[in-house]
Design a protein around this ligand. Sequence first.
Ligand code: 0GY
Length: 286
Amino acid sequence: MVQTFHSNPSKPRFVAPKGAVDAHCHVFGPADKFPYAPNRKYTPGDAPKEKLFALRDFLGFERNVIVQASCHGQDNAAMIDALKDSGELARGVAIINLDISDEELKEMHEAGVRAVRFNFVKRLVDSTPKQVFLDIAERIAKLGWHIVVYFEAPDFEELIPFLKQLPTIVVVDHMGRPDVSKGVDHSDFQNFIRFMEENENIWTKVTCPERLTVMGPDYSDVIPFGKLLVEKFPDRVLWGTDWPHPNMKSHTPDDGVLVDVIPRIAPTEQAQQKLLVDNPMRLYWS
Ligand code: 0GY
């Protein structure tokens, strides 16, 4: 139950454009009000909505996309409570199963949910049959929602046929979690690039230098990955803090430093505007 987020992050030097969206962050608990899932693989420290919204303001952002994390399982209550309290300044990505009713889906939509998340990271979740995900995909597609997928690079190849069957926009978390020590020219990352080139419904989040780095919090080894994706797919990239950084062991990321990564991967004002405003607004608020 350790707090994984920085208590006193630095003020970023980078000034985000007006209306900037943190498109990947979570709320955890508080556990006494929103208990964690019985079958969770980790128990985070509480990271409630008030702290998230204060961080948003401190970093110079205006909106959040709150992604349901595995520790809350399919109980989306904490996330939905945050959406309802955000005054339309937050949208949500839910984790659901097939026994959800149409009425519940409608209520989620009204609260601001616009996507579901399919998690394939083995340390975080027990596996779900792909057919279940395909059936969920068919239901949520009717609502105009999209799908967020989380997997690690070694599992990408096996997932490609499944990913190609998904009927909506598909957002890949954290650039597909490449092994950055291999470099951007390695066939692993080039395969991911080719997959995005060949499938125009695939988007990605140029997020999580803190998880991907092997060098440490300067994050130089991760920059070329985000930079290449922003250059090649300026209209299909999103950015987020990943606050409150569950399961981080190497260091406690300073969210101000994470924001200062943005101009290193998106050097022009035009690229920043798309990454932080136009793309997330199109996907979550239109
Ligand atoms: C993230 C990453 C992690 C956790 C989860 O659902 C989750 O529990 O997404 C992780 O441990 O890599 O994006 O928050």
